[in-house]
Structure formats: structure tokens, C-alpha cells
Design a protein around this ligand. Structure first.
Ligand code: HEC
Length: 104
């Protein structure tokens, strides 16, 4: 039910917009920013978002990792536009300088 998910995601985003950057939100430990809902729903089908938040990769390395998720772990290849949104999100917020590394 894509439509239901989008309504929920929109609601969650408007709520989480009031939270500080590194706080728990409807998207767990993922930073609330454009692309978070696509990333969250695509990636947490199999594992915690914490595994993403702890990772710091360049955009090409995230690209490789998405290929790995599809080829080796059975992730559905996202549609191209959604894939770009997810890559942009990951590269912006979970790059090698680890700007949002979760602090316990
Ligand atoms: C179909 C299931 C599935 C989906 C969907 C999925 N993953 Fe994974 N992912 C896995 C499995 C299984 C592992 C454990 C791999 C291992 O360490 O052997 C994993 C591990 C990881 C790791 C840790 C890699 C490491 O070096 O240990 C990262 C980062 C990751 N996934 C990111 C993502 C992102 C980002 C998405 C969404 C775009 C995603 N995953 C979607 C199955 C999935």
C-alpha cells in the first residue's frame, strides 16, 4: 500500500521536523531530512537503521553498497528516481566524515 505508506511518512516527517538532529524519531536514528522516508522504508525491511547510521561512506561507495544489497541480500532494486533520492540522502548525511554518527 504505497499510498498509505506515503501518508504515514508525511505525517512522521512533519512530527520529526521538531526534533533535534540526532534524536530518536519516527525514522529511528536516521536524520530527518529529505529522502529519509525513502531510505528508512527501503532499508529497514531487513535490518535496523542503526547499521546505516553507523556507516560512513562516499557516494560511490554507497552506490556499491546498494548494488551489494540487491545482488547478495535480495533487496528489491529501487526505481531509479527513488534510488537517486536514497543515494543523495546517504551521501549527504552518512558520508566519510560521519557527521551524524550515533552517540549512545
Ligand atoms: C533484503 C534485505 C535487505 C535490505 C532491503 C537492505 N539490506 Fe542492508 N543488509 C542486509 C543483510 C543481510 C546485511 C548483513 C550483511 C553482512 O554483514 O553479511 C546487511 C548489511 C548492511 C550494512 C552493513 C554492511 C557492513 O559493512 O557490515 C549496511 C551499511 C547496509 N546493509 C545498508 C543498507 C541500506 C542503506 C539499505 C537500503 C538502501 C539496505 N541495507 C537494505 C540485507 C538488506
Amino acid at each position: 500500500m504505497i499510498a498509505d505508506r506515503m501518508v504515514l511518512a508525511g505525517l512522521a516527517l512533519s512530527l520529526s521536523a521538531q526534533l533535534p538532529a540526532n534524536a530518536e524519531s519516527e525514522f529511528g536514528r536516521l536524520v530527518a531530512a529529505p529522502g529519509v522516508e525513502e531510505t528508512f522504508y527501503t532499508c529497514t525491511a531487513c535490518h535496523s537503521e542503526m547499521i546505516i547510521a553507523q556507516q560512513g561512506l562516499s557516494r560511490p561507495d554507497w552506490d556499491e553498497l546498494l548494488i551489494w544489497m540487491v545482488d547478495e541480500h535480495g533487496m528489491d532494486d529501487p526505481p531509479p528516481d527513488e534510488r537517486t533520492i536514497i543515494l543523495d540522502y546517504l551521501a549527504a548525511h552518512y558520508n566519510t566524515d560521519r557527521p551524524n554518527f550515533p552517540v549512545e
